[in-house]
Design a protein around this ligand. Structure first.
Ligand code: ATP
Ligand code: MG
Length: 263
């Protein structure tokens, strides 16, 4: 695919998706497109299916109906293909943000490079150290996950997800459990990643301040109607949502002034 064509292909395209487990439907008829370099927040009450949707996006679960494409490709096929295509198309930070506990931070970030980049030895070490520096963890290469703070662990997990410069980053609750200051720092990191790499970022969050600060658009999943009630900018939602559940969720949120999205 040429660069020009890639610009036209959405980073994430979900068409008429049904999400659920066994016979239980969580979300029906979800159609959504995330552009290259766009930041989309997925919100909704606990248990509405946000993490399940994420797992479908990355091909770990199959939808009950409908289809997903990441940069025009089927995520399940990307995974089955084994090689480099899945991790260079998307990176993921799961809700528990788990790092490999028996490995140092440098080894954690090196692992996807070792498996998929074709690089070896010092090249891997240098690139992994660069990714850790990118997330503000220069000097912590040899630390083990139990030796670092929760905020540092989230950063390291993002560095690992970014190891192969993927076009899309999926982050499930990146700032959950962090203090407000660390959470703000993580927001800035997410914006920096988008600005430097043009990465499309899909993140799940309950943190209204983070959502207001970094999301270009918000997708609201609703348990009552089992649907994505609305996908819109926060400004559109706050000023004019036709849905009471959405207005309630965002009640009192201040929409920050934006200079426009720089990619
Ligand atoms: N593999 C599974 N098999 C069966 N049910 C599941 C599975 N994974 C999740 N569920 C159920 O699906 C529902 C939605 O779970 P999910 O984790 O997607 O919600 P969520 O919106 O991410 O919630 P939270 O905000 O608490 O993280 C829950 O009732 C959960 O118990
Ligand atoms: Mg979840």
């Amino acid at each position: 695919m040429t660069d020009a064509v890639q610009q036209l292909v959405p980073a994430v395209f979900a068409e008429n998706l049904s999400v659920g487990h066994g016979g239980d439907v969580l979300i029906n008829g979800l159609t959504l497109s995330v552009g290259a370099g766009e930041i989309l927040a997925i919100v909704g009450r606990s248990g509405c299916g946000k993490s399940s949707l994420m797992r479908i996006f990355i091909g770990l679960e199959r939808p009950m109906a409908g289809a997903v494409h990441l940069c025009g490709m089927d995520p399940a096929e990307l995974l089955l293909a084994g090689g480099v295509r899945a991790p260079s198309t998307y990176g993921v930070m799961f809700q528990d943000g788990a790092l490999w506990t028996s490995m140092t931070l440098l080894e954690n970030v090196s692992l996807p490079l070792l498996n998929y980049s074709g690089l070896r030895g010092d090249d891997i070490r240098d690139l992994a150290a660069f990714k850790l520096a990118l997330v503000g963890l220069a000097g912590s290469e040899d630390a083990y996950p139990h030796e670092i703070s929760g905020g540092m662990a989230k950063r390291a997990a993002i560095a690992r997800a970014m190891a192969l410069d993927p076009a899309i980053l999926f982050l499930d609750e990146p700032s959950a459990g962090l203090d407000p200051h660390t959470s703000r720092q993580l927001d800035e990191l997410i914006l920096q990643i988008r600005a430097c790499y043009g990465t499309a970022i899909v993140f799940v969050s309950h943190e209204l301040r983070s959502i207001a600060h970094i999301a270009d658009r918000v997708a609201f999943l609703d348990m009552e109607t089992k649907s994505m009630l609305q996908v819109a900018t926060l400004e559109e939602i706050v000023t004019d949502s036709p849905h009471e559940a959405v207005r309630e969720f965002f009640a009192g949120v201040q929409v920050p002034r934006r200079e426009g999205v720089e990619i």
